[in-house]
Design a protein around this ligand. Sequence first.
Ligand SMILES: *Cc1c(COP(=O)(O)O)cnc(C)c1O
Length: 446
Amino acid sequence: MGHFVTTKYQKLKIFTERHIDNIPQLKEYLTKQQIFDIKVVASVLPFRVNEYVINELIDWNNIPNDPIYQLSFPQPGMLEKHHFNKMSELLMTQPEKNKVKELANQIRADLNPHPAGQQKLNVPTLNNEALPGLQHKYNETVLFFPSQGQTCHTYCTFCFRWAQFIGNKELKFATSEAHNLQKYLAQHKEVSDLLLTGGDPMVMKAKYLVAYLEPLLQPEFDHIQTIRIGTKALTFWPQRFISDDDADELIDLLTKLVDSGKHVAIMAHLNHWKEIDTDIAKQAIKRIQGSGAIIRSQGPLLAHINDSAKVWSKMWREQVKLGIIPYYMFVERDTGAQHYFAIPLVKAYEIYRDAKIHVSGLARTARGPSMSCNPGKVEIHGITEIHGEKVIALRFIQGRVHNWVQRPFYAQYDEQATWLNHLKPAFGEKEFFFDKEFQTIQNEAV
Ligand SMILES: *Cc1c(COP(=O)(O)O)cnc(C)c1O
């Protein structure tokens, strides 16, 4: 059996790769071969799913196409054929555990586990010492990875932070040291936003969140105007905000932060309108909003899950109805199972535009489609023709260098490209306007 997580009113069971045979729906709706295939992928990529997602969100009569099934259960296509076959052949021989681990690690190394220079370029220092639980890439915003929040209620199949969940300590961005965070923020008055991320900070007990966040009410942190908390719990464990033991304590904390003048933003990871279609998710949304916190949404555009303008326009409309502000549509990152979930940039733009056309202005607030690249967040601004050349217009939403922000630039039209590094400058130019400066920054960091 999966292990139990106790909540006040109910127990939610969690299943990991060790408990695949204990999930009743798999036995009922899948063939033996399909279950074996799940095990093959789950021996390489992280797998974890809870009972709420299984029982309430997945439509088991629509397997394997159900979007929530695609987003929580390993799919055979997530590994390249040659990787899949190798692991599959090994598992059929009843291998020793360390043989499986060895092959898994070989395959993982091929999957670009550290995208966008996260390990080298974004780690800040305090008195010349690196602070590994923090990331400071853009001037105004510091990311904090609290060590108790480096796991999730369910792992999303497409997650770009997948490498954190496979037990490789070096890859974890975490610190348990609240005081390092506070010292760093006190010294950096240019920072207006603190963003708690993970994993999922909402897997933490409220007492940890209190320990990290309440000290920020002191006057020396008046420059921290906004506290963002990135989470999937709103829809994958809505009980967190309603019936978990410390749900009241959590809501009290949010209320206290808001009442003291901070903007508290719950950054809800949402991929499909089905996630906000249950009564308990709606209750959780209301309860959070009752604290004065604002819920914004973000999520990538993904093949097999939400690659349709209809899904996005419906999701944005539903969000506005529930008082959630659409904030980002991301491009799936160049890591992990990208080849399975990626949508070409040109198609991503078409879906984004088509979805926007069909909603009112209040639902057109999601920025994107945006690539979180090493030089910055790059938005696909449009497809156009300039002096007879078909081009992709792009723009920095965020840049490693301030001065890059909002500057348009142009790439040759390319229907296959799925990431910035596939694009070539338009008009016969040798490089993009930021390339030289970015190269210098990279050289300095080595
Ligand atoms: C997206 C992002 C931010 C926040 O940028 P906003 O434009 O304020 O949403 C901060 N840091 C990193 C590393 C990011 O990727």
